[in-house]
Design a protein. Structure first.
Length: 263
């Protein structure tokens, strides 16, 4: 692989990781006899089937792309051998050689998306950062979302929740922690949150507050099945009292929810 091509591919991979885009790196690790590309050649394959770079083109690359998508779905590294001898026998080419390709999925880091940067929100951000999560914090009060208030947030978004969701769309590797200051805000934002593929959505509030919120949401047309996704009151019941203990209870529930869904 030429140095310029390698630098471009590494830059593309880095950009994908930074924006939280799942991608597979396909690397030729061994070849024998005649093949279109040799050891060290790399290609990136994204979840939508698009790619960057090449490891040979033609039918073999189509097979590698298909296997890469399976590796991405299974979140597991694979080592595959391709024989390029006889298309009539199902081989992906006529070069006469073989190539062994490593398929390495790069999954986005799990993101803790905190809505509301009061005392609890800040404690959740701090603990999530310590645990190694990527953290996103949003609030419509600028003084609560500056670096001095939440130094451990990877992304700070000032404005409406709709703007934050548009700028940082929650995906399957996102847990949403809703710790807002009002029932009215929860009613406004929950419909857009349950429409996302977020793995976990937890809302702070008493059972009475949630009953009122749920009733309003149902009346406005939000499906009961969508609301059943929400964990409320948020967090495991560990008898938490301080904001730090509440943060522990919230992230304990996030960990349990995400681990159980991965099994």
């Amino acid at each position: 692989m030429r140095p310029a091509d390698h630098r471009a591919l590494v830059a593309e991979l880095s950009a994908a990781v930074d924006r939280g885009t799942p991608v597979v790196v396909a690397t030729i690790v061994e070849t024998a006899r005649s093949v279109p590309r040799h050891a060290g050649a790399k290609m990136l394959i994204y979840a939508d089937g698009t790619s960057f770079g090449t490891v040979g083109g033609g039918q073999v690359e189509a097979l590698i792309r298909s296997d890469a998508l399976e590796a991405l779905a299974g979140q597991s590294t694979r080592l595959k051998e391709y024989t390029l001898e006889d298309p009539e026998q199902g081989d992906p080419g006529i070069c006469g050689g073989t190539m062994t390709v490593a398929l390495e999925p790069y999954m986005p880091p799990h993101t803790i998306f905190v809505i509301g940067c009061g005392h609890v929100g800040r404690a959740v951000i701090d603990l999530a950062h310590w645990l190694g999560y990527r953290t996103v914090a949003t609030d419509d009060r600028p003084e609560l979302v500056d670096e001095s208030s939440i130094p451990n947030a990877d992304v700070r978004l000032v404005g409406t929740v709709a703007q934050a969701v548009d700028e940082e769309p929650p995906g399957a590797h996102t847990s949403i922690v809703v710790v807002t200051r009002s029932h009215e805000m929860d009613v406004e934002i929950i419909p857009m949150l349950v429409a996302t593929p977020a793995r976990y959505i937890g809302v702070m509030g008493s059972k009475r507050r949630w009953a009122a919120t749920r009733a309003q949401l149902l009346e406005s047309g939000v499906a009961a099945e969508a609301l059943d996704r929400i964990r409320v009151p948020i967090g495991l019941d560990i008898g938490a009292e301080t904001v730090e203990e509440i943060a522990v209870s919230i992230l304990s529930e996030v960990i349990r929810a995400t681990v159980s869904e991965n099994q």
